[in-house]
Design a protein around this ligand. Structure first.
Ligand code: ADP
Length: 484
């Protein structure tokens, strides 16, 4: 791999600030989804490594939890600066193992760094309260304290940002972390570890377990008595499993799970902006995000006008290896992802949907899929219920605002929803009626470090980013001084 800073390519487990082979010396291959080539092999962490990592984190918690916020802030700030200094290399690593175009990867690194910067500041402001007492002989207050050792499990679609969004607030709060990154994208995680080490983050504060033994390790992380908190981003099915497993030791949980985002185009939308916004939310990361528009709902009166412009924009997308210039759609992550998209399209066309554009594999390679538009979609189709996680726009038609809201809310998920309208009354009405944790109005890209990200219903619970993001890693302790 062509990197300016070759030290960033780390291929071993990271425990107690040391990179080392796994205890049984096993390793697994990391491949480039754009060409199927093996990038390198990475140490395959075992159950024994997991116990070592938990023990290191537990030991480190004693000191780290009592460091001053200023000290934690300075170390996080240094980590942030190193991420920014190395952003081109980090983006290259990300594209090579994950596939998204370099421009998007660079965007993700900046986004990932912004969480480290934000929480380096935010930890200074996690205030407690003094509470007016009903009894004059008592004084009441609350303080915020770190919850303990945190287990974080992250997905492959944002291999860097989903890590910093958990690790930065955890460390900022005074917690220590054992992180299990996704098996498809361990290199981005290990590069972050290298920079944390160089930033001076003390040993045991951040530990990383690349592994294909995710079930066994996931079970240890969710049942071990020394872990106080589990933060997970991934599928709803795995989230439910981790919650069940965590029940015996009553861990605090944050679950960022699947979505089924509607994107509603009302007849009073500013058309070019609606096309741009819908494109941005649908096709980023080749449609592989939990906040990607899964259903595009278009008002009947503007259907032809919108579809003409939208199809032109989709046709202009450039599919190929993300490291090459001008590419806007990279490969899907693996064959399973391709099979899933094909099956959803088959089910939809059998139930009356029509392919307007694309619809199959792209000639760029085995894991590339054509940017696709499928129309005449209905709630009978599987793609109206499940995340497509591919570059496919499924188009639904509605006539009235009430119908649009009903269709939009007709899902077990509740992560992100978008709509486009220039009518202020409608904007207020609709944003209040959509049953989602995150709403984008006239905008397709809304996540940012200073705002709370998180779902409701079967999309999980807990917030990441913003001032709420650090509370997930804290306890609120009430202190009463009596008999004054
Ligand atoms: P996706 O379908 O997007 O890969 P998953 O929920 O399967 O989503 O994966 C997200 C993360 O959860 C990854 O790090 C993966 O290794 C991990 N994971 C998957 N299954 C389990 C499990 N049984 N226990 C713990 N972690 C798991």
């Amino acid at each position: 791999m062509e990197l300016k800073n070759k030290r960033l390519l780390q291929t071993e487990t990271f425990i107690d600030n040391k990179f080392s082979k796994s205890t049984d010396k096993s390793a697994f291959e990391v491949t480039n989804p754009a060409n199927g080539k093996v990038i390198c092999t990475v140490a395959n962490a075992t159950e024994k490594d997991t116990y070592r990592a938990i023990s290191a984190a537990n030991k480190a918690f004693i000191n780290w939890s009592t460091t001053s916020v200023l000290e934690r802030s300075k170390l996080l700030r240094r980590w942030y600066e190193l991420i920014v200094e190395n952003k081109e290399d980090l983006a290259f690593i990300l594209t090579t193992e994950q596939g998204k175009p370099l421009g998007e990867a660079l965007g993700e690194i900046n986004y990932a760094a912004s969480f480290v910067e934000w929480f380096a500041e935010e930890c200074k402001r996690t205030y407690g309260e003094t509470i007016p007492s009903s009894n004059n002989a008592k004084r009441l207050k609350t303080i915020k304290q770190p919850i303990g050792v945190v287990a974080a499990i992250t997905p492959w679609n944002f291999p860097t940002a989903m890590i910093t969004r958990k690790v930065a607030p955890a460390i900022a709060a005074g917690c220590t972390v054992v992180l299990k990154p996704a098996e498809d994208t361990p290199l981005s995680a290990l590069a972050l570890a290298k920079l944390a080490l160089e930033a001076g983050i003390p040993k045991g504060v951040l530990n990383i377990l690349p592994t294909t033994n995710y079930k066994e390790i996931g079970e240890i992380l969710t049942t071990h008595p020394d872990i106080a908190k589990v933060s997970f981003t991934g599928s709803t099915a795995v989230g439910r499993l981790l919650m069940r497993q965590s029940a015996t030791t009553l861990k605090k949980l944050s679950l960022e799970l699947g979505g089924n985002a509607p994107c509603i185009i009302f007849d009073d939308a500013e058309m070019d902006n609606a096309v741009k916004g819908a494109m941005a939310t649908k096709y980023r990361n080749a449609g592989q995000t939990c906040v990607c528009a899964n259903r595009i709902l278009v008002q009947k009166s503007i259907y032809s006008k919108f579809m003409k412009k939208y199809a032109e924009a989709v046709e202009a997308l450039k599919v190929g290896d993300g490291t090459k210039k001008n590419i806007t759609i990279g490969p899907l992550i693996n064959q399973e992802a391709i099979d899933k998209v094909n099956n959803l399209l088959k089910d939809a066309t059998e139930k009356g949907a029509k392919i307007l554009l694309g619809g199959g594999k792209h000639k760029a390679g085995k894991l590339f899929f054509q940017p696709t538009i499928i129309t005449h979609c209905s709630s009978k189709m599987q793609l109206s219920k499940e995340e497509i996680f591919g570059p496919v726009s499924s188009i639904f038609i509605f006539e009235t605002e009430e119908e649009a809201i009903e269709m939009a809310n007709d899902t077990e998920y509740g992560l992100a929803a978008y709509f486009f309208s220039t009518n202020i009354n409608r904007i207020i009405r609709v944003s209040e009626q959509l049953q989602y944790g995150i709403i984008g109005i006239n905008d397709g890209i809304i996540s940012t470090a200073e705002a709370p990200f998180g779902g409701i219903k079967q999309s999980g619970f807990g917030k990441e980013g913003s001032f709420y993001g650090i509370e997930e890693y804290q306890i609120t302790k009430y202190i009463c001084t009596g008999n004054l």
